[in-house]
Ligand binder design. Sequence first.
Ligand code: M6R
Length: 361
Amino acid sequence: DKGGYRHFMAKEIAEQPAVLGDVLSHYIKGDRIVLPDGMDFSEVDRITLVACGTAYLAGYVAKYWFEKLAGLPCDLDVASEFRYREPPLSEKSWGIFVSQSGETADTLAALHYARGKVAKTVGVVNVGTSAIARDTDTALPTMAGVEVCVASSKAFTCQLAVLAVLALKAAQDRGMLDDAALARHLADLRGIPALVNQALSTADDCEKLAEWLSESADVLFLGRGPLYPVALEGALKLKELSYIHAEGYASGELKHGPIALIDQNMPVVVVAPRDELFEKTVSNMQEVMARHGQVLLVSDAAGIEEAGDGIHAPLTMPTGGGLFQPIVYAVPMQYLAYFTAVAKGTDVDQPRNLAKSVTVE
Ligand code: M6R
């Protein structure tokens, strides 16, 4: 049932404030993080995150969080590479396997490889009865509810919510945060559903911008820090849904190659809240604009103001969220791809050649 929406994708995007509220109140009670027994990171020396597609990009954001908040070294790999590379794994490390379906063949094989080599395997899964949920030592439900659209939206942001809780728990167990800092981060995280709700109101602007994107052959997405994987997710969503070629790059990599592509026909989506790295992003945007590239800046009001003239299209996001902003900034990535697909008339909920659950490698 599409609940009055034109596509499951639109419904699932709109459900995010509610499901994020559910999952966060499941794992955070007042000022306490509540996880199953044995989820103590004090002795863990390393995290290995393994997944595919959008779930991999959730892991990519989490790598920034684990490293920054908990000072915990974090390896990240796509499951199809990890499983055959025979990576050495520390017996004090934990493997975290992220999957909406819990049935992805490569992720499951990666889990089976890691079992017995690491101290603990953890599943971050949406389908509680799945193989990955069964075969991990601890399975943490992401509680997004059934996701019908092949392209993942609410499952992604709920994966991020669970991974954020894990990173905070790791920081707490490892003595990296005092009580006040932990309380501040928890308050930021609890505030995310309301910010995501505000971000839903970017839909109208995204719909207008999609008219422009739908005429383009290629789109570049740029981001820095934990927003870099969000840029990658924006590119992946646009490819999947609209069949437009899109690539995500770390903003700082621009001059190491992709800048050669920039001309007046290349929309460049810059995903950049006004943070301590923003100044660097402004100079990246100037490099794009000097080559007549057209910048779509996704930022908060302060960022849009600071970026100044020359931005082709500003998309204003709510302010706040602290380190957990990637969850909020996922929303316009979803809407830009969704409305571009609608403008192009592609099959939004069932894009060509894709399956919801990839159970063969
Ligand atoms: O079920 P999983 O989360 O393991 O699936 C992983 C990928 O196949 C999945 O995220 C894919 O990239 C989606 N089509 C993304 O929209």
